[in-house]
Design a protein around this ligand. Sequence first.
Ligand SMILES: Cc1cc2nc3c(=O)[nH]c(=O)nc-3n(C[C@H](O)[C@H](O)[C@H](O)COP(=O)(O)OP(=O)(O)OC[C@H]3O[C@@H](n4cnc5c(N)ncnc54)[C@H](O)[C@@H]3O)c2cc1C
Length: 234
Amino acid sequence: RWLESVVPVYRRATEEEFQLVNGNWKYGSFFSTLLTQSNLYLPWIKRKLLIDGVTFKQRKLNSLKELTGEFDIVINCTGLGARKLCDDRRLVSIRGQVLKVKAPWIKTFFYGELDTYVIPGFHGMVTLGGSRSFDSENIRLCPYESVAIRERCETLVPSLKDAELLQQKVGLRPHREGGVRIGEGNIVNNGCSNKTIIVHNYGHGGYGVCMAPGTAIATVDTVIEFHKATCSKI
Ligand SMILES: Cc1cc2nc3c(=O)[nH]c(=O)nc-3n(C[C@H](O)[C@H](O)[C@H](O)COP(=O)(O)OP(=O)(O)OC[C@H]3O[C@@H](n4cnc5c(N)ncnc54)[C@H](O)[C@@H]3O)c2cc1C
C-alpha cells in the first residue's frame, strides 16, 4: 500500500493480465516503476564522477580511523564489512541466487509467491529469482537452487521454457536488524587541530539499489549537521 503513493501507476491486476501467468490467481497488483541495472549504472555514474574531478582510491581497511588523518569527512558505506569495522552485530548476510536468461519477449515484470520473480532488463536479458538464505555467506552457486528457481519461474511464466541461460549469480545482501544505519556518526579528533566527521550509511539488505538515492540524501544531511556542530564548537 505504500507503493501506491510513490509509483506512477498502481492498481488491481485485470483478468486479462492474469492470463499472462499460470495459476489460479484471484488477486494481483499492477504497477509501473523505474528500472536500473547496476552493471550499467555503476560504470556510468563512476565515469560522470571522474569527469567532475572525483578521484577513486581503493584499499582494504582494518579500521575507519585509518582514514581520519587523511580526510575531513568519511562516509562509511561498507555494507557487511561494517560488521568488523564498527563491531556491528546487527549485520547479517542474506544470500541470494539469480539466473540471467535471454528472453526479449518478456516486457513486464512478475512477482509471485516464494520469492519468485521475473524482471526484464536491458538488451533482452531477464533476471529470474530468487532465494533468501538468512545468515548464509556461501558464495558458491548451488545447482539445485538454480533448478528450483528456473522451475518456479517457468511455472509462473511458461514462455520462459524457451529462454537461453546466460549467467548464474550469487550475492550477499547486507541485511541489518533494525534497518539501515543512517543519521548516525561521530567526530574524531585526528591528532592535529583538525577533526574528521565519520557518518554511516550501511545495512541496505535487499533494497540498496532502490533506497540509495534516499539514504544518500539523509547521509549528506547528517554530515551537514555534524559539520555545523563542529564549527560551533571551534
Ligand atoms: C540476489 C540479489 C538481488 C538483489 N536485488 C535487489 C533489487 O532488486 N533492488 C535493490 O534495490 N537491491 C537489490 N539487492 C540488494 C543490493 O544489491 C544491496 O542492497 C546493495 O548492493 C548494497 O550496496 P552497498 O553499497 O551498501 O554495499 P555493498 O555493495 O556490499 O558494498 C560495500 C563495499 O564496501 C567494501 N568494503 C567492505 N569492507 C571493507 C573494508 N574493510 N575495507 C575496504 N572496503 C570495504 C566492499 O568491498 C564493497 O565494495 C539484491 C541483492 C542480491 C544479492
